[in-house]
Ligand binder design. Structure first.
Ligand code: AHR
Length: 506
């Protein structure tokens, strides 16, 4: 039997709540039909923003929301999205379905959404087809107080006070849809743009340069070289931007053959989980490069796109990236979160793609009836909220089952992580095996505990998912498969399950 040794009295780095961040792009039905239904909709809304979506996301304490893209960010011109809606210019969303964008959801609507959600804004600017001036003016429009040309424009559009915008993306996927640039060319541009992204008043921007795709370690190295030197002094690296990003999506096979969301074989399931686990290797290698140039860890890593990417559901627009979400997606998420904690001293933020109706969504809405469904992935986020801003606890496995070999990758059967905050601890346990139930021992050292709570997310079949007719087919339940034993607990983990154990520490 596997034993997990956890020293409850040895808290490690804080894992930022921003690791549980979100992403909303002008893509398919994420913004339009997802968040935004318009003020005249029959669906209950506040100033055009769908209320049930807001309520569901508030329950996740979502720490940040990235917008407006994605690839869309590099063809978005923010001045098209302000002023009276009926006068806003239109454009074609060439990346996503070639549909017309009416710009009804723009800066004011996004910041209204941020305020309704009680979250923080991560605005992604346009490097690919924009200008330094355009981006600089957007920051001024959003965050400056007092009097200035952009402040007057904002006030004319009905907003007196500046907003707080803590996070700013300097373009997106500059190696691809963001301009097909070389790393060196983009690195120079990122320095230039970052220079003119000003801190107005007490709004301090955390500027995020567009980083690597998957295993493009050269891209990371070029950006790190361009921000500093080998080594750093006590003040760290003086960089014009504060973080670089990384994108990694999980599929069951290669890009051309992503696999389907609900129809997959056991082999495809295990290949998917091995690909999810690959984020560990990617984070290790990218952070090792960053450590070389910035051992003081002044520059953050931001995984601002991750999650599953399947073939679109039959009959839906291929450019809308609408996919179902099963218990398999939930386990992809739980594995990512376990791994994120290991890199908490460098990985500052992560944003799953995307919040509503696109890729690995939290929420799916029916375009005809408007019915809203929470996905299994939503429930993993909800079960993890106590990990936000908690100190990572090391989890050391003894007698772990032999990992499964899948091509050149190895997939452990079990995954675990733990954290502590405010005299409590949360332990996350995933059993990735499709048929074998397992029991694990938690060897809990260093502090006494009481108030044991446990919850489980599982399903009869790993392909199970939620629909308007069966909204709770995959939903968390209280779990009684937890027993006190000498020195800790024993926890039963059914096949393909995710279990959380919460402890009150004495
Ligand atoms: O999330 C969907 C797309 O994936 C984003 O627009 C882009 O950045 C990435 O390629």
């Amino acid at each position: 039997m596997t034993t997990y040794v956890i020293n409850l009295d040895l808290p490690g780095a804080v894992q930022s709540r921003h690791l549980y961040g979100h992403f909303a792009e002008h893509l398919g039905r994420c913004i339009y039909g997802g968040f935004w239904v318009g003020e005249d909709s029959d669906i209950p809304n506040e100033r055009g923003i769908r209320s049930d979506v807001v309520d569901a996301l508030r329950a996740l304490n979502i720490p940040n929301l990235r917008w407006p893209g994605g690839c869309f960010a590099d063809e978005y011109h923010w001045k098209d999205g302000i002023g009276p809606r009926e006068h806003r210019p239109r454009m074609v969303n060439t990346h996503w379905g070639n549909v017309e964008e009416n710009n009804h959801f723009g800066t004011h609507e996004f910041m209204d959404l941020v305020e309704l959600l009680g979250t923080e804004a991560y605005v992604n600017g346009n490097v690919g087809s924009g200008t330094v001036r355009e981006m600089s003016e957007w920051v001024e429009y959003l965050t400056r107080d007092g009097d200035s040309p952009m402040v007057r424009l904002r006030k004319e559009n009905g907003r007196e006070e500046p907003w707080k915008v803590p996070y700013w993306g300097i373009g997106n996927e500059a190696w691809g849809c963001g301009g097909n640039m070389t790393a060196q060319a983009y690195g120079d541009l990122a320095r230039q743009y970052a220079t003119f992204l000003r801190d107005h008043g007490d709004n301090k921007l955390y500027r995020i340069a567009a980083g690597a795709n998957v295993d493009d370690f050269g891209w990371t190295e070029t950006l790190m070289k361009s921000v500093g030197c080998v080594g750093c002094n006590s003040a760290g690296v003086a960089s014009p931007y504060q973080a670089i990003s990384l994108h990694y999506y999980t599929m069951s096979a290669e890009w051309e053959n992503k696999g389907k969301a609900t129809v997959f074989t056991e082999d495809e399931y295990y290949a998917t989980m091995a690909n999810a686990w690959h984020i560990d290797t990617l984070l290790k290698r990218h952070t090792t490069i960053m450590d070389h140039y910035d051992p003081c860890k002044t520059i953050g890593l931001v995984l601002d796109e991750w999650g599953t990417w399947w073939q679109v559901e039959e009959g839906t627009n291929p450019g809308f990236l609408y996919q179902q979400n099963t218990m398999r997606d939930a386990l992809v998420a739980s594995v990512h979160f376990d791994i994120f904690g290991k890199y908490a001293d460098r990985l500052f933020m992560a944003n799953i793609a995307q919040t509503v109706n696109v890729l690995q969504a939290m929420i799916l809405t029916d375009p005809d009836t408007g019915a809203l469904v929470l996905t299994p992935t939503y429930h993993v986020f909800e079960m993890n909220t106590a990990h936000h801003d908690a100190h990572v606890l090391d989890v050391v496995a003894k007698d772990a089952p032999e990992p499964r070999k899948i091509g050149d990758k190895k997939l452990p059967a079990l995954s675990a992580s733990a954290s502590t905050k405010d005299n409590s601890a949360l332990i996350s346990l995933s059993n990735l095996d499709l048929s074998e139930a397992r029991t694990v021992t938690l060897d809990l050292r260093g502090r006494a505990f009481a108030d044991i709570g446990a919850r489980i997310l599982t399903a009869g079949d790993v392909r199970d998912h939620n629909t308007p007719d069966a909204p709770d087919a995959v939903a968390p339940k209280a779990w009684d498969g937890v027993r006190r034993v000498a020195g800790g607990l024993e926890v039963d983990l059914p096949a393909h399950s995710y279990v959380t154990v919460s402890l009150g520490l004495e």
